[in-house]
Design a protein around this ligand. Structure first.
Ligand SMILES: [Zn+2]
Length: 264
């Protein structure tokens, strides 16, 4: 009997231990997975905060309604899961879908300057807009208010506001040639040529200027098309022969000067 009792006690002990470890595991599963590296000794410091975004990417939803976009940005979505931190309705209403400190899925492949994983480094703002449609005054007012808030709270340089087509010129055309970049520039956001435009001196290399501004030169015609949308309000479609004209060179010369005289 004693033996039996001892066996029972041992069983109960091991069952209890098993249960405890299950509870511990469940606890672990209920929270974010640990990112403590097993090859290092964990000696935690309290001196940290959330990582900060360094750039803001503007998009057009290219969908029929803000409700359709709210569904797309929060669902499994047939074309793959997508999201953005913010969505702006055509009445100017601002929706937030992902915390500023988290990585939303809006940019995809592409680059801007030395940034090659834009989802990790940016805040994404979707604007309710079907392709070719004009943006509303209420939307632009809300975008400017939101940019001011984000740049202030996260110390994002006000020049670091770009379009999806700027970082992915071979794949994307949003927010499109009708997006009022000049209005944003007048409010202090995005990079815009300052002062009177003048012809660049002989030997000026527009491609070096494009790279200095941030554009990838992998597909030069695509880069020119993205530049035309942003700085000339001009839609070249998918023209594989898109090239710079004299006004483009004057703009690029001024943009290049603003890059070398300001920190990003
Ligand atoms: Zn986009």
């Amino acid at each position: 009997m004693h033996g039996h009792h001892g066996f029972n006690a041992a069983m109960k002990k091991s069952l209890a231990a098993g249960l405890l470890s299950c509870i511990a595991l469940l606890g672990a599963c209920a929270h974010a997975p640990s990112t403590h590296n097993p090859m290092a000794t964990w000696v935690p410091s309290q001196n940290f905060n959330e990582r900060r975004p360094v750039i803001i990417v503007l998009h057009a939803t290219e969908q029929k309604s803000v409700q359709q976009s709210l569904d797309t940005l929060r669902s499994a979505n047939r074309g793959g899961k997508v999201s953005a931190h913010y969505l702006i309705g055509d009445d100017g209403h601002i929706y937030q879908l992902v915390d500023d400190s988290k990585r939303a899925w809006h940019a995809g492949g592409g680059s801007w300057g030395t940034l090659t994983d834009l989802n990790s480094t940016s805040i994404g703002i979707e604007i309710d807009n079907e392709r070719g449609e004009a943006y509303t005054d209420a939307q632009i007012a809300s975008i400017i208010r939101l940019l001011d808030d984000l740049c202030t709270r996260h110390t994002i340089p006000r020049t670091q506001v770009i379009g999806h087509s700027d970082l992915a010129p071979t794949r994307k055309v949003d927010p499109g040639a009708r997006f009022p970049w000049k209005t944003l520039a007048d409010a202090g956001f995005g990079r815009w040529p300052q002062g009177e435009l003048i012809d660049p001196p002989a030997g000026f290399d527009p491609w070096l200027a494009m790279a200095a501004v941030g554009y990838s030169l992998t597909d030069r015609a695509a880069a020119v098309r993205a530049f035309h949308q942003h700085y000339r309000a001009q839609d070249d479609g998918d023209n594989p022969q898109a090239v710079f004209d004299a006004e483009d060179l004057r703009i690029l010369y001024a943009l290049n000067a603003s890059v070398v005289t300001t920190t990003p």
